[in-house]
Design a protein around this ligand. Structure first.
Ligand code: NAD
Length: 419
């Protein structure tokens, strides 16, 4: 299998069949702008000191300061962080946000840490990257296994280092520390707005439409709930402990409770199923909302869903694209479907800079309007070019990056031979 990054950049190649971009921006997008690797020291509760690899990447800043989450996961590595930062670059461009792409992470299993260890780790990470991030250069946010509390500790550590309250250095903070209303639910909300917009275009109704969600975390659980409330039949959900299935629709309250008390949705009443099985279920809509590369060349042929809504970043490997397309599976790409989180992060950054906070309704309306507008633009471009939604989204992103590069002057402008 190609590296995660090689797979991700293959999507640019597909878009380049439909748009010409200057050499300048093509070169710029071929590798990260700046990458930092650090060792994050953690004094464990038993007294042991251990160092964990930490990363922060600014992939591209043509459209503004880098923006992107921080992930705590044992599999975090330089290739993954760069790829996630690349996707953030494209996502911010598709949504028209004034940001470039960034990402960070620590290779560690946070589930093995006590609350005090987690706090020390979060602060130690900021000690290491404080000179690299900033409200006008690189603005972190939550990602897998990081949450508002972690963001709060990180902002607080930045305040200690700088001896100044700098709220706009990090988003996804607790509301009491300058966070935005609606940030926690934003990714699930945004994915739901995208799906709703497309369902209208397809002239399809939620009633009788079945949904499976892999990954019952912040984004996936919210999306599942919104689908159920809108009349879809959510037949399966899963988490790292396995999945649960009911052809008549699941009781999501009972499932959330099972996850809270027993640690996994699979402890709820219903028929259990594995994470491999959920991907191959016969459903109308499959929403992978956990990690990368769950649909690859190995299993793409067994996907029986009609539509895949990519709530996770990179759940479909590029090598699976052709098979899915040949089998008529529509893929709603991550750089559109999960952009609700960074959109409300942008709103949080704006509110922090103005010290003027919006009501929850205002945030919700503005998020919906951004998501609907971006989804319509992608869908229209897909129709015009007769391509899938992913390629259409990349074409739109590349157009915006190219326009911003041109505004600064590309090779064509600076050429001295008048040729
Ligand atoms: P989270 O940590 O809240 O939830 C992740 C969920 O996935 C958990 O339920 C976990 O048990 C489950 N999971 C982990 N490994 C799994 C596996 N192998 N099989 C099935 N389930 C597994 O994370 P989140 O914030 O909901 O993020 C999920 C995905 O969405 C990630 O890819 C993330 O990059 C992406 N995303 C999140 C946001 C956001 O704002 N939270 C924004 C954009 C994209």
């Amino acid at each position: 299998m190609p590296s995660l990054f090689d797979g991700a950049s293959a999507r640019i190649e597909a878009a380049l069949a439909h748009i010409e971009i200057s050499d300048d921006i093509a070169q710029q997008l071929a590798q990260p702008d700046t990458a930092l690797k650090v060792s994050v020291p953690l004094r464990h509760d038993d007294g042991a000191m251990k160092l964990y690899p930490g990363y922060r990447v600014r992939y591209d800043t043509t459209l503004g300061p880098a923006k992107g989450g921080i992930r705590f996961h044992p599999d975090v590595n330089a290739d993954e962080v760069s790829t996630l930062a690349f996707w953030m670059t494209m996502k911010c461009a598709v949504l028209g946000l004034p940001f470039g792409g960034g990402k960070g992470g620590i290779a560690i299993d946070p589930k093995q840490l006590s609350p005090a260890e987690l706090e020390r780790l979060s602060r130690a990470y900021i000690d290491k990257v404080a000179d690299f991030i900033g409200p006008d250069s690189d603005i972190p946010a939550p990602d897998v296994n990081t949450n508002p509390r972690v963001m709060g500790w990180m902002m607080d550590q930045y305040r200690i280092i700088n001896r100044a309250e700098v709220r706009d250095v990090i988003t996804g903070k607790p509301v009491e520390m300058g966070g935005s209303a609606g940030r926690t639910t934003a990714t699930g909300d945004g994915a739901f707005h995208t799906l709703t917009t497309l369902m209208k275009r397809w002239e399809r109704e939620p009633d009788g439409t079945t949904v499976a969600v892999q990954g019952f975390g912040n984004a996936g659980a919210r999306f599942a709930r919104l689908c159920a409330e809108a009349g879809y039949t959510v037949v399966a959900v899963s988490d790292s402990g396995g999945g649960i299935y009911n052809a008549d629709g699941l009781d999501l309250d009972a499932i959330a409770k099972a996850k809270e008390t027993d640690g996994s949705v699979s402890a709820a009443d219903g028929q259990t199923l594995s994470n491999d099985e959920i991907v191959e279920l016969e459903v109308d809509i499959l929403a992978p909302a956990a990690l990368e590369n769950v649909i690859t060349a190995d299993n793409a042929d067994r996907v029986r869903a009609g539509v895949i809504v990519e709530i996770a970043n990179g759940p479909v490997a590029s090598e699976a694209d052709r098979t899915l397309e040949d089998n008529g599976v529509q893929v709603v790409p991550d750089i559109l479907a999960n952009a609700g989180g960074v959109t409300v992060s942008y709103f949080e950054w704006v509110q922090n800079r103005q010290a003027w906070y919006w009501a929850a309704d205002t945030v919700a309306e503005r998020l919906q309007s951004r998501m609907v507008e971006a989804t319509e633009a992608v869908a229209e471009r897909a129709e015009t070019l007769e391509v899938g939604y992913r390629t259409a989204a990349y074409v739109i992103a590349l157009e915006k990056l190219e326009a911003a590069a041109k505004a600064r002057g590309t090779s064509a402008f600076f050429r001295t031979d008048n040729g």
